[in-house]
Design a protein around this ligand. Structure first.
Ligand SMILES: [Zn+2]
Length: 321
């Protein structure tokens, strides 16, 4: 355990203190959090940034926030619309306002019920298939990747009957500041980099940014719901804020140097795909492409192949003027 790490007592996440009153809740492999969250003591009120994939992980998050700060959580921010960041909302809805950008709230309202139904219908089968692949896999790396997804679907199975898709009840557009007696939190929206709308949480006094899924560290990002060139622009713009500590949506707490690594990753993937298209190599050949050495140790290698497929589709489109 690192010096600044606290036992959360949860199987879903560990807590890392980043400053006095600022904590990152980092997903534990095998747990039902799946993504990272933040706990920020604004002085007169507590803010939680993102609520994980499942209500059971979110209950532990709420308990950890209250135990660490001795105050109730009265404000929750959803960074973006993806289920692994918002399906814990229901745990907070009675005592807290849930805030997101207008576009994120619209996406949750329009797509949330359909996504929930998909998982309700398909989770049992997904679990059977993943377990069969796990049993057949010989490679330990492949097994460990599959075990992450097995945990994902197992925790969803446990949650699915109580799960409620709770959309935000408060929204903002572009940017907003939340002033507390101890610190101010700034929320800044970036559009279409990772999803239709992604908000980061910037704490200027502490030089900390909670990035949501605009940043993945030591983990392949999911590019398929955004625009890769916009993501690169967003990362470069956020870098110019000059903050020191960056909490990604997935992976360990990082630093400013982690942002250009993700930019490099996106460019490397684009180059691979451009090379394939130039050489007349078909899309299905992405399955045989090795992960570049620089990113070889990253988790979620399945996203690497889906990212290449996604980029192949985009980059082979005939440009229209
Ligand atoms: Zn996401």
């Amino acid at each position: 355990m690192k010096d600044n790490e606290r036992s959360s007592g949860s199987l879903h996440f560990r807590v890392e203190q980043l400053a006095d009153g600022v904590y990152a809740a980092i997903h534990k492999d095998g747990g039902g959090a799946i993504s990272n969250a933040g706990i920020v003591d604004l002085g007169n009120r507590i803010l939680v940034f993102d609520t994980f994939l499942t209500p059971q992980a979110a209950r532990d998050l709420k308990a950890a926030a209250e135990a660490l700060t001795m105050k109730p959580v009265v404000l929750v921010v959803n960074s973006h619309c993806h289920n692994d960041h918002i399906w814990g909302n229901q745990v907070f809805k009675v005592q807290a306002d849930i805030l997101s950008t207008v576009a994120t709230a619209e996406a949750i309202v329009s797509d949330g019920p359909g996504k929930y139904e998909w998982y309700r219908e398909n989770t049992p089968q997904q679990l059977v298939e993943l377990q069969a692949s796990y049993d057949a896999a010989g490679d330990p790396r492949e097994r460990s990747e599959l075990s992450l997804w097995i945990a994902y679907y197992q925790h969803l199975t446990a949650a699915i009957n109580e799960l409620e898709v709770v959309p935000p009840n408060k929204t903002f557009d572009s940017r907003t500041a939340i002033n507390g007696t101890a610190r101010t939190a700034e929320l800044i929206e970036y559009r279409k980099g990772h999803s239709s709308s992604d908000a980061i949480l910037y704490l200027p006094q502490d030089s900390i940014v909670f990035m949501g899924d605009l940043l993945f560290i030591d983990s392949h990002p999911y590019l398929g719901d955004g625009d890769p060139d916009t993501l690169i622009e967003n990362l470069r713009e956020i870098q110019r804020i000059g903050a020191k500590i960056f909490v990604p949506g997935h992976g360990p707490v990082g630093a400013a140097a982690d942002l250009p690594v993700l930019v490099e990753y996106v460019i490397a993937c684009q180059e691979i795909v451009r090379g394939m298209i130039r050489g007349g190599i078909g899309k299905d050949a992405v399955d045989a492409v090795d992960v570049p050495e620089r990113f070889a140790s990253w988790q979620q290698v399945g996203f690497f192949r889906s990212n290449l497929r996604f980029l192949y589709g985009r980059l082979s489109e005939i440009p229209r003027d």
